[in-house]
Design a binder for this molecule. Structure first.
Ligand code: UGA
Length: 468
């Protein structure tokens, strides 16, 4: 049984600590927030993550998982002094007024733990930190540690998705470990041994970059398909089938090609911004990353524009939102598209009512001026348009006719492409979607353009271009 300390009981720290306890280790989770520690001890979760509460309670009961406030000084010292592995899992949000990661929590954590560390400890960084931050943490610990104690810093980025974090921890595609100390990295690798997954050992900075590059790549896929969706709308193609057709190519695979209202959450927006900032700072020109962000944020205003057009203006219109969380199976509202969409609708004089199975409480903190309702049919009452914002399972089989009958006018905007356009229309709605269900714009008598397209289709464009 290995002794592990996890500093920070946010979403990453809590999942990591609980899963390591489940794997048979003795885990102490530390946090500076005593109230949070108290509620965790009572078995109350600070976040909604499927399956987590059960696992926390079970491992607490077995004595493998403990929660400790850093205020309990003696216990805190003992927990750190006995730990062979200390995970740093504190948050690194975007710094206010800039795109860079805010590292204050990491700095203060490194300063606090350093004097209490056991000799030979591995300090493992789970927080997403800018490239080079592992060396910086090592320098801080070196300054504050007991003179005789030795330590190594290992970067071990997390690839957990909210909503499926336990699955992602227990069945990872890979574990990445970066360190200048190979022996320490291999010791950390032993912690993951029972998961029988691919473990990649590399240097510190490469490991840190793998995290940013992975998130930026996935975000790029989403913005890519959202741009394709926009083109599909104009030309009358169906983006859902386009993505499926692309996905059959093994080189493309097809994941993260679901067009929608764009990405949100605490990771993609923050990490793409931070990577672009690092690139700028080091003299690079991150034009692709900037485009990924632009497309993503435009996706929200484009949704409002579609509603405006379909309803002939937004002033005085009642809009219902189905879902508020940035994605299903979470109560997380950080960077949720629903925030920008609601604000823009309210700013144009619409009223907004919404229902979310888990996120309403958090939403009240980020969105003011909307009404919170108790189910989708309640949201539909007297609405002019419904927008499906988050693809919760319970929104996949709505009684469309019942919704339609409750409404004042009948626009259904499927912001996650869950429904077939014809089914929505059959229920009496005007259908709006993302990159599907649109009738191509006629050529309006522009014979040249029409001929040009016909020529292209017959390959004449290509041979003409090839002619000398
Ligand atoms: C993401 C990564 O997937 C994790 O690997 C990573 O560990 C995590 O960030 C992190 O850095 O901590 P997460 O933000 O929980 O995880 O959620 P995702 O499931 O990746 O979805 C992110 C956003 O992209 C959501 O807003 C989702 O609606 C959107 N999305 C995703 C799409 O719009 N289309 C897709 O095809 C996939």
């Amino acid at each position: 049984m290995r002794r592990i300390c996890v500093v920070g009981t946010g979403y990453v720290g809590l999942t990591t600590g609980t899963c390591f306890a489940e794997l048979g280790n003795h885990v102490t989770c530390l946090d500076i927030d005593s109230a949070k520690i108290e509620s965790l001890r009572r078995g109350e979760m600070p976040i909604y993550e499927p399956g987590l509460a059960e696992l926390v309670l079970d491992n607490q009961a077995r004595g493998r998982l403990n929660f400790l406030a850093e205020r309990d000084t003696a216990a805190y010292n003992a927990a750190l002094a006995e730990a062979e592995f200390v995970f740093i899992a504190v948050s690194t949000p975007t710094r206010e007024g800039s795109d860079r990661a805010d590292l204050r929590a990491v700095r203060s954590c490194a300063e606090r733990i350093a004097p209490h560390l056991s000799d030979g400890v591995a300090i493992i960084n789970k927080s997403t930190v800018p490239i080079g931050a592992g060396d910086w943490v090592a320098a801080i610990v070196d300054r504050y540690k007991k003179p005789e104690s030795r330590f190594a810093v290992v970067s071990n980025p997390e690839f957990l998705r909210e909503g499926s974090a336990l699955h992602d921890f227990m069945q990872p595609d890979r574990v990445v470990l970066g360190s200048t100390n190979r022996e320490a990295a291999e010791r950390v690798a032993q912690l993951y041994l029972t998961l029988r997954c691919r473990v990649m050992v590399t240097d510190l900075r490469t490991a840190e970059m793998i995290k940013y590059a992975s998130n930026a790549f996935l975000a790029t896929s989403i913005s890519f398909i959202n741009e394709i969706a926009q083109i599909c709308e104009r030309l009358g193609a169906d983006v859902k089938e386009v993505a499926a057709g692309m996905g059959y190519d093994k080189r493309i695979a097809g994941a993260f090609l679901e067009a929608g209202l764009g990405f949100g959450g605490s990771c993609f927006p923050k990490d793409v911004k931070a990577l672009a900032h690092m690139a700028d700072f080091s003299g690079c020109h991150p034009q692709l990353l900037r485009a990924v962000l632009d497309i993503n944020y435009d996706q929200r205003s484009r949704a409002v524009a579609k509603l405006r057009q379909a309803l002939g203006g937004l002033a005085g219109k009642h809009i219902g939102l189905l879902g508020l969380a940035f994605k299903p199976n979470t109560d997380d509202m950080r960077e949720a598209p629903s925030i920008d969409i609601s604000r823009q609708l309210l700013a144009e004089g619409a009223t907004v009512a919404a229902y979310d199975p888990q996120a309403a409480e958090n939403a009240r903190l980020s969105i003011q001026g909307i009404q919170y309702r108790s189910d989708p049919y309640d949201v539909a009452q007297d609405a002019d348009a419904l927008v499906l914002v988050t693809e919760w399972r319970e929104f996949r089989a709505l009684d469309l006719r019942r919704l339609r009958h409750a409404m004042r006018s009948a626009v259904f905007f499927d912001g996650r492409n869950l429904y077939e356009p014809e089914d929505v229309r059959a229920a009496g709605f005007t259908y709006l979607g993302i990159g599907r269900g649109y009738v191509p714009e006629p050529f309006a008598g522009d014979i040249d353009q029409e001929l040009y397209l016909v020529h292209e289709a017959n390959g004449a464009g290509a041979s003409a271009a090839a002619a000398p």
